[in-house]
Structure formats: C-alpha cells, structure tokens
Ligand binder design. Structure first.
Ligand code: IVH
Length: 676
C-alpha cells in the first residue's frame, strides 16, 4: 500500500517536471523559477535514491534537458553532451575535491589545477568541422540526440565557417554556448523573461532569417568527438580555440586550490552586473586531460567538472538611480533602478527601498553596489550595501520634501495607535489634484475587486491617460471609441470588446462601488461593513449632506480613522463631482440588509472542506445575512465548525479539543430551515 502511494507521488512529480520542461524548452517561457524547478528535480532524485524500485524514462537521472522539438531533424551526438553537477558553497566544493582524491587514491598529495570559466547562461551547441569546414551544428536536445540547427547557426558571425590553421583537427566537434548579449536583450523589450529564453527562441526559429534578426553570439569552451587533437590541458585548448578563430571567455582562468576558486568566484560575482553576458555561476574543470580521462563520468555528468552556481534568490548589482513612485493614497515609495541582473531566471531591474527611513538606516545611495534579494512573489529589495565599492564622491540620497508629481508638500503622519511618526512620507494634495495619484486611483477603480472591466488593465489606464482620454474615473463610461479604434494596437473588434466589457459592468453592488472610490482606509472589508449598514448609495451620500458621519461609529469594525477618512473624502469638491457623475452613469445595487437579530446572532462559524451544491462565498453570505460571522481559525471563540467533503483533519481535532460544536452541511442547513 505504502509502495503504491510512493509510486503515485513519484509519478506525479515526473508529470509535473514534463510539463515544466515543455514550457521551458518548447515554449521558451518558464512556468516557475529555477529554484522551484530544481526543487522538483531534487525531490525526484531523492525518491529514486531512497526507493530503488522507482524508475521512469523521463527521470532527470536519465535525461538532460528535453527532447528536441519537431521543427528540426534529430541527429545523434557522436559523443553525448553531458550536464554538470552543481555546487553552491565551499562545503560542496570540498566534497567535490575529496571525491576526486578518493577516486584517484591521492590522499591530498596532489594539488589540483582547475580551468575556472564563467558559466554563460545560454544554449549549448555542438559544431562539427570536417577538414576545416563547418558542416553540421546541433543543439543539445536530450544530451544524446540534438536538433540540426545548422542553417540557423550559420547566421551567427562568431561561428567560423572555415578554419585553415594547420593544427586544427581534421574532424572535431567544437562545443560552446550560444547567447544574446545583455545590451541586445534590452533592445527586445519585454518579449522574453531572460536572455537565455530570447537566445533559445531565436535559435529555434524555423526560418534562419528570423534568427538573424536577434543578434546571437557564440563562445567556445570544449569539444565532443575529435580526431587528431594534440593537446593535454583545457587551458591550452582554450588558447588554441582563440588561435583557430573562436571567441573564448576573457574571464577564463587557471586556478589552484579551493580557496582561490572562491576568491575568483566572489570577484566575478561582484562584476556580474557589469558584464555584457548573463552568467549563472562558474564551471571548474580539472585542467589536465589525462586526469579527466581517468576520472570519467557518472550517469550524465563528468566527475572532473562542477558548476559553482550563484544563489537563485539574490545577486549583486549597482544602483543607477533612485526614483520615487507615488501610490494611490499618496505614499512616496523610493525604488532603486538597478543594472539589470538575472536572479533565478528573472531579470530584475527595480528593487523597492520601502521608505525614507530604510534609505537612511542602510545609507543607500545612487552608484552603490548592493546585494539584491528576490524570493518568491515578494518584490525584490536591497539587503545591504557593499561599502568597499562606494565612490568617495558619492552623496547621501536626499528624500524629496515635495511631491515629485504635483509639487505639494509631503508629510509623515502621526500614528495614534503606535504613537509614532509614520515611516511613510505622503503627498498632501487632495487626490485628483496630483497626476500620479489620479492614475493610481483610476487603476484601482478598474481593478479586479472594484469594477473589474475585462481587458482594461493598468497598462491601458496609463496609455489612455497619456492620450488624455481619461482624467477621472467617470471618463471610462464616456470614452471616445472612434479615437481608440484608430490607435496603435487597437482595431474594430478589440474596441467592440472593450465597449462590451465596460457596459456589462455598469451594474455594480453597493459594496464594490464604495471600494472602487478608493477612499483611504476603506478596503474591501470596510466597504462591505458600510454597505450592509447603509444599504444604499443614497444613504451614503446623505451622510455628507446631514453631516452625520459619526453615526458610522455604530458599525462594528469602523473607527475614527475610517470616519475621518470618509469626512475628508466628502470635503473635496472633485470627489463630490466624481460621485455625482458616477451615480448618473452606473446602476448601484442596494445591499441585502443583514439581520442584526438574526438566527445566528453573536455566533461564529468556520467552514472546512467542500460543501455540496453551494459555494463557499454563498455559504458565507448566508451566515452573514443571518447575523452570524465567519472566523478564520479554530479557537475558544468559535461556536460551530461546519464540515464538508474532505475537511482538514487538524481543524476537526482542534475543534474537538476545544469542545466546539461540529456540524455537517445538512445539520447546518437544517438550523436555517427551522426558521424559514
Ligand atoms: S562544459 C561536461 N563549460 O553549462 C562539460 N559548460 O550544465 C559540460 N556552460 O550544458 C559542458 N559555460 O550549456 C561547460 N565554460 C563552460 C560552460 C558550460 C556554460 C553550460 C552548458 C552546459 C551546462 C552544464
């Protein structure tokens, strides 16, 4: 039984890997970052290690990369194209060397010399030369079989078509990396996630003329099949490659000892942001070919080489500028514009600096060399400044005292709860008077939780703003479609779609409408509370007419902060104008009154598992309509835990421990029916 479960888990992971490989290699659009990809791969390898009965032809232990796509003829490599084992720190490198010493029976007596080469993050290719002529070029494919991409490779200037040097072997496969330079990648805009995908995309074009459009480069670093190569060291081979007319990496070095490898690694890591090619680590190869031969290969990687990878979630770069972004609520957020750097497969060029205090605390300046972290979905941020690289002419960053967009004074508010000044500096203008704030307010208005117009995203808001098509939210309902139809990238059909999506959202629930107004401190939850209490937009507007804002204090969850913010909103004439026009243009649906003395009054509920025939949102509304409330964790305060299909066991156990009443879906619905 257990065996079956393990097999199931293993097969699931293999299927996932196949899918990820498809996105990476076939569509050139990775679905996850390198770290997540490596984690799945490692899980599979670990399972195989632990349970010898696990086997699959798609396992990463048997395959390198992915099968070639159907566009090109498949050709077998005369010598397989191997992959490399990874090392991440000194410990991994020590282990790598130790294994070699053991294999060679050398107890530390030998000082190994390495060829240390930057590991360009591109696409490897194998070029066959016969009698000095370039005849066939293959991609790596799965390591055994590659794709014949000769015609595309012929468009690359760095690949010599004919080599007449006397000592160039009669028959040899020269291997190296095809890549796109960082400056050329920038010119491509946002078409690809990183230079590697751009290179791969260009190389896999069916039409070589398309390949030619994206300038590809080639750097040579090894060989596959050879006949007549009279060389005994990798460093000599690299020198020869240059003499024969190939480009080699100017940062290649010959190094002895792990300590010196690490020193070189750190130097190159610091230079990484300034290089014109993307590297994801260094490759160390034992320099002596005789030793390489003795060591041989394991499965699909040589014993004599290792890739010392850079971290997948941080990288070093340089701050080129510090810009101030202005948010919907006027918050000024400093953003570091950094020299683009590839962190775990994503090219990062912005890092948030959070706020003025963070800049002061870390003394972050324009021109500084900084360590950037990008982990998961969190916005990349600066971890530390490397003062070694600071220019002695550099100046402290002066945070603007006026809003860079509208020139209004900026302030740091006093927070009555923390009894401290806020860390965030804000523009004091009244919203729509500031251009940047207006744009952000309109983005909020169209956002998913607010009006949610299909196909009307942030980019369109910015574009329409630039073209002066919109200035206030209500302008969205008065768009001049005949102008839009003639804009770049728009046509009759897309305008018809836009028109349809705007018209279809003209009816909106009251709570969403309040939220869409973007009043500070009135998020989705507060908007819901207000709508349940006031029921209609009419009552909301009359709040201001009768100056009865303070009545809102009776709503559980609404406090002084929210009330002051609503007062502020109504004290601004532009806001009044926006509101007045909007209620003419849209149909705002009244909220359902919630019974404060309903059946579930003062009772708390929690749901676990899937309910039958009713969505979670509907179940939640049912409870709320009957004056009950939903809580998100099991505690003494919970009255009922409702369980559906496949509930979370932990929640049920906790409820039992705390003697919380557990209800099945039917028991709960029966409670409701008793009163209906
Ligand atoms: S040597 C058996 N040298 O790294 C030796 N590879 O995971 C394998 N790479 O597919 C290749 N720079 O795409 C070698 N100086 C270098 C390299 C390098 C980048 C890539 C290559 C290979 C991958 C290994």
């Amino acid at each position: 039984m257990r065996k079956k479960k393990i097999e199931e888990e293993y097969n699931k992971k293999i299927q996932k890997l196949i899918e990820l490989n498809k996105f990476y290699y076939e569509y050139n659009s990775p679905k996850v970052d390198d770290r997540e990809y490596d984690a799945i791969k490692n899980d599979i390898l670990q399972l195989e290690n632990e349970y010898s009965y696990l086997k699959n032809k798609n396992s990463p232990s048997l395959n390198v990369g992915f099968k070639p796509s159907r566009n090109f003829k498949k050709v077998s490599h005369r010598v397989p194209m191997l992959s490399l084992a990874n090392a991440f720190d000194q410990n991994d490198l020590n282990n790598f060397e130790k294994k070699i010493m053991n294999y060679l029976h050398q107890k530390d007596r030998l000082e190994i010399e390495y060829s240390a080469e930057p590991k360009i993050d591109g696409i490897s290719a194998s070029l066959s030369y016969k009698n000095g002529n370039f005849v066939t070029g293959l991609s790596r494919g799965d390591g055994k079989e590659g794709e014949d991409i000769s015609e595309n490779l012929k468009t690359i200037n760095d690949i010599p078509q004919k080599i007449s040097s006397k000592d160039f072997p009669d028959d040899i496969d020269i291997r190296g990396e095809i890549f796109i330079q960082t400056n050329d990648f920038k010119k491509l805009g946002n078409k690809f996630a990183n230079p590697r995908n751009a290179a791969s995309g260009s190389l896999r074009q069916k039409n070589p003329l398309e390949t030619k459009k994206i300038p590809l480069k080639f750097i040579a670093y090894t060989f596959g099949y050879e006949k007549g190569l009279k060389i005994s060291k990798q460093s000599e081979f690299l020198k020869k490659l240059k003499e024969w007319g190939f480009k080699t990496n100017p940062l290649n070095k010959t190094i002895k000892g792990i300590k010196n490898l690490i020193k070189n690694y750190k130097e190159i890591e610091n230079k990484r942001g300034n290089l014109n090619f993307d590297i994801d680590g260094l490759v160390y190869k034992i320099n002596d070919f005789k030793l390489q031969k003795r060591l041989g290969n394991v499965a699909n990687a040589p014993r004599w080489a290792v890739a010392h990878k850079f971290s997948a979630n941080n990288g070093i770069s340089k701050i080129e500028n510090i810009e101030i972004q202005i948010g919907r609520t006027g918050a000024l957020t400093p953003v570091a514009k950094i020299k683009p750097i590839n962190i775990g497969g994503v090219v990062v060029s912005n890092a948030t600096l959070h706020n003025e205090e963070e800049i002061i605390r870390k003394d972050i300046r324009v021109g500084d060399t900084v360590l950037i972290e990008r982990a998961g979905d969190v916005i990349p941020h600066v971890i530390s400044v490397d003062l070694k690289f600071r220019d002695n002419k550099s100046k402290k960053f002066v945070f603007p005292q006026n809003c860079p967009s509208c020139g209004s004074k900026t302030i740091k508010e006093y927070n009555f709860i923390t009894k401290k000044e806020d860390a965030v500096r804000r523009c004091t203008s009244e919203g729509f008077e500031c251009e940047k704030i207006s744009i952000e307010k309109i983005k909020h208005f169209v956002s998913k939780e607010a009006f949610n117009f299909d196909g009307f995203g942030k980019k369109i808001v910015e574009n329409f703003w630039k073209l002066k098509l919109i200035r206030l939210p209500q302008d969205i309902f008065k768009l001049n479609y005949s102008v839009i139809e003639n804009l770049d990238g728009w046509g009759k059909q897309s305008v018809a779609n836009l028109k349809y999506s705007i018209n279809s959202k003209k009816t909106i629930p009251f709570e969403k409408f309040i939220y869409a107004l973007g009043i500070r401190h009135i998020g989705l939850e507060n908007a819901k509370l207000i709508s349940k209490n006031l029921i209609s937009i009419k009552n909301f507007i009359s709040l201001s007419k009768t100056k009865k804002f303070n009545d809102l204090i009776n709503i559980d969850g609404i406090g002084d902060t929210q009330i002051n913010s609503i007062k502020n909103f109504f004290s601004n004439n532009t806001n009044l104008k926006v509101l007045k026009e909007l209620i003419e243009l849209v149909n705002i649906k009244d909220a359902n009154p919630s019974k404060s003395n309903g059946l579930f009054s003062n009772k708390t509920f929690m749901l676990t598992g899937k309910l039958e025939g009713i969505s979670r949102a509907e179940a939640k509304s049912l409870i709320e309509e009957n004056s009950g409330s939903i809580v998100s964790n099991v505690s003494k305060k919970l009255d009922y835990l409702i369980i559906g299909e496949k509930p979370t066991k932990r929640k049920i156990d906790a409820a039992k421990d705390l003697k919380v009443k557990i209800l099945s879906q039917n028991e709960w619905l029966n409670m409701l029916n008793e009163t209906r």
